[in-house]
Design a protein around this ligand. Structure first.
Ligand SMILES: [Zn+2]
Length: 269
Protein backbone atom coordinates (compact mmCIF):
# COMPACT_ATOMS: atom_id res chain seq x y z
CA UNK A 1 0.00 0.00 0.00
CA UNK A 2 1.32 3.44 -0.86
CA UNK A 3 0.40 6.11 1.67
CA UNK A 4 0.83 9.65 0.40
CA UNK A 5 1.76 10.91 3.86
CA UNK A 6 4.76 8.57 3.99
CA UNK A 7 6.30 9.70 0.70
CA UNK A 8 9.02 12.33 0.31
CA UNK A 9 8.60 15.16 -2.18
CA UNK A 10 11.08 13.47 -4.49
CA UNK A 11 9.10 10.26 -4.37
CA UNK A 12 5.94 12.21 -5.13
CA UNK A 13 7.71 13.90 -8.04
CA UNK A 14 8.75 10.53 -9.45
CA UNK A 15 5.66 8.44 -8.78
CA UNK A 16 3.46 7.24 -11.65
CA UNK A 17 0.92 10.05 -11.97
CA UNK A 18 -1.61 7.76 -13.56
CA UNK A 19 -2.17 5.96 -10.28
CA UNK A 20 -5.56 6.63 -8.72
CA UNK A 21 -5.27 8.85 -5.67
CA UNK A 22 -7.86 7.96 -3.02
CA UNK A 23 -9.20 10.63 -0.67
CA UNK A 24 -11.37 9.29 2.18
CA UNK A 25 -13.85 11.75 3.71
CA UNK A 26 -15.93 11.19 6.85
CA UNK A 27 -17.34 13.09 9.81
CA UNK A 28 -17.29 13.25 13.61
CA UNK A 29 -20.78 12.87 15.01
CA UNK A 30 -22.79 10.88 17.56
CA UNK A 31 -23.38 7.27 16.57
CA UNK A 32 -25.82 6.15 19.22
CA UNK A 33 -24.90 5.12 22.76
CA UNK A 34 -22.90 2.12 21.47
CA UNK A 35 -20.50 3.45 18.81
CA UNK A 36 -17.76 6.10 18.90
CA UNK A 37 -18.18 9.51 17.28
CA UNK A 38 -15.50 8.70 14.68
CA UNK A 39 -17.35 5.62 13.39
CA UNK A 40 -17.59 6.98 9.83
CA UNK A 41 -13.89 7.83 9.82
CA UNK A 42 -12.85 4.42 11.10
CA UNK A 43 -15.01 2.59 8.56
CA UNK A 44 -13.95 4.78 5.65
CA UNK A 45 -10.26 4.51 6.55
CA UNK A 46 -10.50 0.70 6.89
CA UNK A 47 -12.23 0.39 3.52
CA UNK A 48 -9.76 2.65 1.74
CA UNK A 49 -6.75 0.93 3.32
CA UNK A 50 -8.02 -2.44 2.16
CA UNK A 51 -8.53 -1.07 -1.36
CA UNK A 52 -5.04 0.44 -1.31
CA UNK A 53 -3.63 -2.89 -0.12
CA UNK A 54 -5.45 -4.88 -2.79
CA UNK A 55 -4.43 -2.43 -5.52
CA UNK A 56 -1.01 -1.40 -4.28
CA UNK A 57 0.36 -0.89 -7.81
CA UNK A 58 -2.49 1.34 -8.91
CA UNK A 59 -3.41 3.53 -5.94
CA UNK A 60 -2.03 6.17 -3.60
CA UNK A 61 -3.92 6.68 -0.34
CA UNK A 62 -4.33 10.12 1.22
CA UNK A 63 -5.04 10.67 4.94
CA UNK A 64 -8.73 10.79 5.88
CA UNK A 65 -10.56 14.11 6.10
CA UNK A 66 -12.08 13.29 9.49
CA UNK A 67 -14.47 16.23 9.84
CA UNK A 68 -17.57 16.68 7.71
CA UNK A 69 -20.96 18.26 7.27
CA UNK A 70 -23.13 17.32 10.27
CA UNK A 71 -25.28 20.38 11.03
CA UNK A 72 -28.32 18.20 11.72
CA UNK A 73 -26.49 16.40 14.56
CA UNK A 74 -25.68 19.43 16.65
CA UNK A 75 -28.27 18.61 19.33
CA UNK A 76 -26.15 15.63 20.37
CA UNK A 77 -22.90 16.14 22.25
CA UNK A 78 -19.83 15.26 20.23
CA UNK A 79 -20.54 16.32 16.66
CA UNK A 80 -17.92 18.65 15.18
CA UNK A 81 -19.55 20.21 12.17
CA UNK A 82 -17.76 21.74 9.19
CA UNK A 83 -19.88 24.19 7.18
CA UNK A 84 -20.79 22.66 3.82
CA UNK A 85 -19.13 25.47 1.85
CA UNK A 86 -15.89 25.16 3.82
CA UNK A 87 -15.88 21.40 3.25
CA UNK A 88 -16.42 21.88 -0.49
CA UNK A 89 -13.60 24.43 -0.66
CA UNK A 90 -11.28 22.24 1.45
CA UNK A 91 -11.72 19.15 -0.73
CA UNK A 92 -11.50 21.23 -3.89
CA UNK A 93 -8.20 22.74 -2.75
CA UNK A 94 -6.70 19.31 -2.14
CA UNK A 95 -7.81 18.18 -5.60
CA UNK A 96 -6.38 21.31 -7.23
CA UNK A 97 -3.01 20.79 -5.57
CA UNK A 98 -2.93 17.15 -6.65
CA UNK A 99 -3.50 18.38 -10.21
CA UNK A 100 -0.68 20.88 -9.71
CA UNK A 101 1.60 17.96 -8.81
CA UNK A 102 0.46 16.30 -12.06
CA UNK A 103 -1.74 13.54 -10.65
CA UNK A 104 -4.34 12.61 -13.24
CA UNK A 105 -6.97 10.63 -11.35
CA UNK A 106 -8.64 11.25 -8.00
CA UNK A 107 -11.35 9.21 -6.29
CA UNK A 108 -13.06 10.72 -3.27
CA UNK A 109 -14.49 7.97 -1.06
CA UNK A 110 -17.10 9.37 1.26
CA UNK A 111 -18.44 7.48 4.26
CA UNK A 112 -21.03 9.92 5.62
CA UNK A 113 -24.50 10.44 4.13
CA UNK A 114 -24.74 14.19 4.62
CA UNK A 115 -21.38 14.69 2.92
CA UNK A 116 -22.75 13.30 -0.35
CA UNK A 117 -24.00 16.64 -1.73
CA UNK A 118 -20.90 18.72 -0.78
CA UNK A 119 -18.54 15.95 -1.94
CA UNK A 120 -20.27 15.77 -5.32
CA UNK A 121 -19.94 19.51 -5.78
CA UNK A 122 -16.29 19.31 -4.71
CA UNK A 123 -15.45 16.59 -7.22
CA UNK A 124 -17.02 18.65 -9.99
CA UNK A 125 -15.19 21.78 -8.89
CA UNK A 126 -11.89 19.91 -8.91
CA UNK A 127 -12.55 18.99 -12.55
CA UNK A 128 -13.65 22.45 -13.63
CA UNK A 129 -11.14 24.47 -11.60
CA UNK A 130 -8.20 22.48 -12.95
CA UNK A 131 -9.42 22.82 -16.51
CA UNK A 132 -10.04 19.09 -16.57
CA UNK A 133 -6.40 18.33 -15.77
CA UNK A 134 -7.34 15.75 -13.14
CA UNK A 135 -10.19 13.28 -13.61
CA UNK A 136 -11.99 13.45 -10.29
CA UNK A 137 -14.91 11.26 -9.21
CA UNK A 138 -16.65 10.61 -5.91
CA UNK A 139 -18.45 7.67 -4.40
CA UNK A 140 -20.04 6.17 -1.31
CA UNK A 141 -19.84 2.51 -0.25
CA UNK A 142 -22.20 -0.46 -0.52
CA UNK A 143 -24.50 1.71 -2.63
CA UNK A 144 -24.15 0.00 -6.00
CA UNK A 145 -25.70 -3.23 -7.32
CA UNK A 146 -23.10 -5.41 -5.59
CA UNK A 147 -23.60 -3.57 -2.31
CA UNK A 148 -27.40 -3.75 -2.50
CA UNK A 149 -27.29 -7.51 -3.17
CA UNK A 150 -24.86 -8.09 -0.30
CA UNK A 151 -27.04 -6.09 2.08
CA UNK A 152 -30.14 -8.01 1.00
CA UNK A 153 -28.33 -11.28 1.63
CA UNK A 154 -27.28 -10.61 5.23
CA UNK A 155 -29.67 -8.08 6.71
CA UNK A 156 -31.89 -9.12 9.59
CA UNK A 157 -33.44 -5.70 10.18
CA UNK A 158 -36.62 -4.47 8.55
CA UNK A 159 -36.60 -2.81 5.12
CA UNK A 160 -36.85 0.09 4.87
CA UNK A 161 -35.59 1.65 8.05
CA UNK A 162 -33.28 -0.95 9.60
CA UNK A 163 -30.19 0.62 8.06
CA UNK A 164 -29.36 4.28 8.34
CA UNK A 165 -27.04 5.48 11.04
CA UNK A 166 -25.31 3.59 13.87
CA UNK A 167 -27.50 0.86 12.41
CA UNK A 168 -27.19 -2.85 11.68
CA UNK A 169 -24.72 -2.14 8.87
CA UNK A 170 -22.38 0.32 10.59
CA UNK A 171 -22.45 -1.67 13.83
CA UNK A 172 -21.66 -4.93 12.01
CA UNK A 173 -18.71 -3.26 10.25
CA UNK A 174 -17.45 -1.83 13.53
CA UNK A 175 -17.66 -5.29 15.14
CA UNK A 176 -14.96 -6.25 12.62
CA UNK A 177 -12.94 -3.04 12.44
CA UNK A 178 -12.89 -1.92 16.11
CA UNK A 179 -14.80 -4.48 18.23
CA UNK A 180 -13.17 -3.03 21.34
CA UNK A 181 -15.16 0.20 20.80
CA UNK A 182 -18.60 -1.38 20.28
CA UNK A 183 -20.83 -1.42 23.36
CA UNK A 184 -23.33 -4.02 22.14
CA UNK A 185 -25.17 -3.98 25.47
CA UNK A 186 -26.14 -0.37 24.75
CA UNK A 187 -27.19 -0.91 21.13
CA UNK A 188 -30.89 -0.08 20.88
CA UNK A 189 -33.00 0.28 17.79
CA UNK A 190 -34.62 3.60 16.97
CA UNK A 191 -36.73 3.62 13.83
CA UNK A 192 -38.60 6.88 14.05
CA UNK A 193 -37.53 8.48 10.77
CA UNK A 194 -40.74 8.94 8.73
CA UNK A 195 -41.62 6.12 6.38
CA UNK A 196 -44.22 7.33 3.90
CA UNK A 197 -44.20 6.69 0.15
CA UNK A 198 -40.90 7.83 -1.33
CA UNK A 199 -39.80 9.24 2.02
CA UNK A 200 -37.80 6.66 3.96
CA UNK A 201 -34.32 6.10 5.28
CA UNK A 202 -32.25 3.06 4.59
CA UNK A 203 -28.72 2.49 3.27
CA UNK A 204 -30.05 3.92 0.02
CA UNK A 205 -32.74 6.43 0.93
CA UNK A 206 -36.11 6.98 -0.71
CA UNK A 207 -36.39 9.40 -3.64
CA UNK A 208 -37.88 12.18 -1.50
CA UNK A 209 -35.02 13.80 0.36
CA UNK A 210 -35.70 15.31 3.78
CA UNK A 211 -33.31 15.76 6.69
CA UNK A 212 -34.70 17.53 9.75
CA UNK A 213 -32.66 17.95 12.93
CA UNK A 214 -31.53 14.50 14.04
CA UNK A 215 -32.98 15.06 17.53
CA UNK A 216 -36.49 15.16 16.00
CA UNK A 217 -36.18 11.71 14.46
CA UNK A 218 -34.08 9.84 17.01
CA UNK A 219 -33.97 9.72 20.80
CA UNK A 220 -30.68 7.88 21.20
CA UNK A 221 -28.93 9.00 18.00
CA UNK A 222 -29.57 5.73 16.14
CA UNK A 223 -31.54 5.44 12.91
CA UNK A 224 -32.10 1.76 12.31
CA UNK A 225 -31.63 -1.45 14.24
CA UNK A 226 -28.15 -2.15 15.58
CA UNK A 227 -29.43 -4.86 17.93
CA UNK A 228 -29.23 -7.47 15.16
CA UNK A 229 -25.69 -6.57 14.04
CA UNK A 230 -23.18 -9.41 13.85
CA UNK A 231 -19.48 -9.76 13.19
CA UNK A 232 -20.20 -12.33 10.45
CA UNK A 233 -22.41 -9.87 8.54
CA UNK A 234 -19.73 -7.22 9.05
CA UNK A 235 -17.01 -9.42 7.60
CA UNK A 236 -19.08 -10.16 4.53
CA UNK A 237 -20.17 -6.54 4.02
CA UNK A 238 -16.59 -5.32 4.44
CA UNK A 239 -15.36 -7.77 1.81
CA UNK A 240 -18.05 -6.74 -0.68
CA UNK A 241 -17.57 -3.03 0.04
CA UNK A 242 -13.86 -3.36 -0.77
CA UNK A 243 -14.58 -5.31 -3.97
CA UNK A 244 -17.12 -2.69 -5.02
CA UNK A 245 -14.64 0.15 -4.38
CA UNK A 246 -11.86 -1.72 -6.22
CA UNK A 247 -14.20 -2.02 -9.22
CA UNK A 248 -14.76 1.73 -9.12
CA UNK A 249 -11.02 2.43 -8.93
CA UNK A 250 -10.61 0.26 -12.04
CA UNK A 251 -13.31 2.19 -13.88
CA UNK A 252 -11.64 5.51 -13.05
CA UNK A 253 -8.31 4.03 -14.15
CA UNK A 254 -9.81 2.93 -17.49
CA UNK A 255 -11.18 6.39 -18.35
CA UNK A 256 -9.40 7.73 -21.41
CA UNK A 257 -7.34 10.56 -19.91
CA UNK A 258 -6.62 12.32 -23.20
CA UNK A 259 -10.27 12.36 -24.17
CA UNK A 260 -11.67 13.63 -20.88
CA UNK A 261 -8.91 16.11 -20.07
CA UNK A 262 -9.10 17.93 -23.40
CA UNK A 263 -11.79 20.53 -23.65
CA UNK A 264 -13.19 21.37 -27.06
CA UNK A 265 -14.22 24.97 -27.67
CA UNK A 266 -17.35 24.99 -29.79
CA UNK A 267 -17.65 28.78 -29.78
CA UNK A 268 -15.53 29.12 -32.92
CA UNK A 269 -16.78 27.87 -36.27
ZN1 LIG B 1 -22.12 6.75 10.25
Amino acid sequence: MIKYEELTWEEIRDIDKDMVVILPVATIEDHGPHLPVNTDGMITRALCEKVAEAMADETVLLPVISYGYSSHHEDFPGSLNISYDVLIRYITDIGKDLAKHNFRRLLIVNGHGSNIAPVEIAHKRVNYETDGKILCASTFYLNGKKGANAIKKVRKSKYPGGLGHACELETSLMLVIRPDLVKMGKAKKDMNYPCDGDLFMDWSDGALSFMPYWSTISKNGVAGNPEVATKEAGEYLLKVAVEELCDRVKVLKRLDYDKYSKRVDHHKK
